[in-house]
Design a protein. Structure first.
Length: 565
């Protein structure tokens, strides 16, 4: 409903209610005032009649009749006992037929010494009685027909005046409503134009409150325009940055529909700039990729998961959005993986080619040492043999890594006795001249064996023992302990050696990385032992972690899962 119509209806309703109250109040007050005036007039007439009565009661009938005719009213004289003594409308001989009037309110009041007034109804007509005390009591009676007629006429006059005021008020309300509604309608149109991007036209009403509202909406529109411009600029900048990224970026809604994709993502996925993209669940088909999609749509997020898609190797990460959906980032690792493959092949080939000459060098050094008696020459030949042995170990480690990384090696799982494997690996180091360190083995309940490749376990323990021996003083301890953990078995090697600084811990499993390069080279390490440990453990589906504190030793833990039956 329009504002002007509402205003007119409200005004008419208020005016109509006011008119009804006015007419009812006016009629009631007018009747009350007219009746009071009439009662006062009748009282004066009764007093005049009382003063005109002679002392002889015999003449009262005649005087009462004449006075009543002159005034057009009924006059009754009542004695102190309440019995009528004379009445202008009843002959004297019939007064005995009248009832005593002592019980009527006006007469009772007069008998009590005060002026009494009462109203009675007879044959549908209302009469007003006024009784003045005295001896006799004078009662003057008149009907209220004239009073009612006067009140009705006055009421009609007031009603017509009120109806005229109602009409005039409605017309004025309609005019005011249109005056107010027009600028409000224009203001509503201006408010609708702001979000539509159109130029708003603000009205000038001359009404203070509407002009204030207009100014407030104008200021709001300006602020929204400024903020919208800032948002568009930020969006364009973000869009330009995303489009310029070498990583692919996909944005999806909560149902998996792709809402945006930058050029890199389209290129990785094999779509053109204008080609429609399917929903995310239909985009990836491989099992690993499907796991990524499921985790993304559940809102769990994915971190650095490799998937293969269309001959490409993509590193995927996803993050859920607060409003639903997610952002999926794709990093193309295809070229990097090719370079890694070239590197692995190169390392494997070079290692194979180096193994034969190194073996020959070591053999010739051993042969020459058998017949050499000169101390200086023996020192040189022993140095050649030691470095040849170190080169041989380095080549063997490289070949082991190349074999594991190529994916051609798979562990042959058996129930390996961990305590026995640890003692066997330690005995091999003792035969080779291991310093006199204390060695301990402790197996936890349910962790006596692990499902693993026996040779791999020996290689893991051997590399961990080599590191522990190199960094533990002669009076130190190397301990092996096992425990059941997380549906598998953890094999841990602890030493009381020098420890590893905290800043080096995240990188110690990288190949050739040395926390203390000078000391490691002096001790004869190749820098590949922990990398081999990590790759062998992960090839079993396990995990490796290290705990160390500088000056307080190191613990390397390898967790092997139990096979699923």
């Amino acid at each position: 409903m329009k504002f002007s119509v509402r205003l007119v209806l409200a005004t008419v309703g208020i005016l109509l209610f006011s008119v009804l109250i006015l007419v009812w109040t006016f009629r009631t007050a007018l009747r009350r005032d007219l009746e009071a005036n009439l009662a006062a007039s009748l009282q004066r007439e009764a007093e005049l009649i009382q003063g005109a009565l002679p002392d002889n009661p015999r003449g009262w009938d005649r005087i009462v009749g004449r006075l009543a005719r002159d005034r057009g009213q009924r006059v009754t004289l009542v004695g102190t006992t309440g019995r009528p003594l004379a009445d202008s409308r009843i002959p004297p001989g019939q007064l005995g037929t009248l009832d005593a009037l002592a019980g009527r309110e006006d007469v009772a009041a007069a008998l009590a010494g005060t002026v009494g007034t009462t109203r009675t109804t007879d044959a549908g007509r209302v009469y007003l009685h006024v009784a003045v005390p005295g001896d006799p009591i004078v009662v003057v009676t008149t009907d209220l027909i004239g009073l009612e007629a006067t009140a009705a006429e006055a009421q009609r006059s007031v009603l017509w005046a009120a109806l005229l005021a109602l009409v005039v008020g409605s017309v004025l309300a309609l005019g005011v409503g249109r005056t107010v509604a027009r600028p409000l309608g224009d203001l509503a149109g201006a408010a609708r134009a702001i979000p539509a991007g159109q130029v708003p036209r603000f009205p000038r009403s001359g009404i203070l409150e509407i002009d204030q509202l207009t100014q407030a909406i104008r200021d709001l529109g300006n602020q929204l325009a400024d903020r919208g411009e800032a948002v568009r600029a930020g969006r364009d900048e973000a869009s330009a940055l995303v489009d310029a990224m070498v990583e692919g970026v996909l944005a999806t809604d909560a149902r998996g529909r792709i809402t945006s994709a930058n050029p890199a993502a389209r290129r990785f996925l094999g779509f053109g700039p204008d080609d429609p993209l399917p929903d995310l669940p239909q985009l990836f088909r491989t099992r690993v990729a499907r796991d990524v999609v499921d985790s993304t749509l559940r809102g769990d997020g994915v971190q650095d998961r490799e998937v293969e898609l269309g001959g490409r190797v993509l590193l995927t990460s996803s993050r859920p959005l607060a409003s639903g959906g997610a952002v999926l980032v794709l990093h193309d690792l295809t070229a990097l993986r090719r370079l890694e493959a070239v590197r692995k092949d190169f390392v494997a080939n070079v290692s194979h080619e180096l193994k034969t000459p190194i073996t020959v060098i070591a053999g010739y050094a051993d042969t020459l040492l058998q017949d050499e008696t000169d101390p200086e020459r023996r020192r040189f030949l022993e140095a050649v043999r030691a470095h040849a042995a170190r080169m041989h170990q380095l080549v063997d480690d490289q070949l082991s890594l190349a074999r594991i990384e190529s994916g051609r090696w798979e562990p042959a799982l058996e129930a390996v006795d961990l305590a026995g494997a640890a003692r066997a690996a330690w005995s091999a180091r003792t035969v080779q001249g291991t310093p006199t360190l204390r060695f301990e083995v402790r197996t936890g309940p349910g962790a006596e064996t692990a499902a693993a490749d026996p040779e791999a376990v020996q290689q893991i323990l051997g590399n961990l023992f080599d590191n522990a021996i190199r960094h533990t003083p002669p009076d130190g301890t190397v301990a092996v302990h096992t425990r059941a953990e997380g549906g598998g078995v953890t094999l841990a090697v602890t030493d009381t050696g020098s420890g590893i600084p905290g800043e080096h811990l995240p990188r110690i499993f990288e190949r050739y990385y040395r926390a203390d390069p000078a000391r490691s080279r002096e001790a004869g390490g190749t820098g590949l032992g922990l990398a081999i440990v990590k790759h062998l453990t992960e090839a079993h589906g396990g995990q490796v972690r290290v705990e160390s504190e500088l000056g307080h030793g190191t613990t390397v833990s390898c967790w092997f899962p139990r096979p699923v039956t």
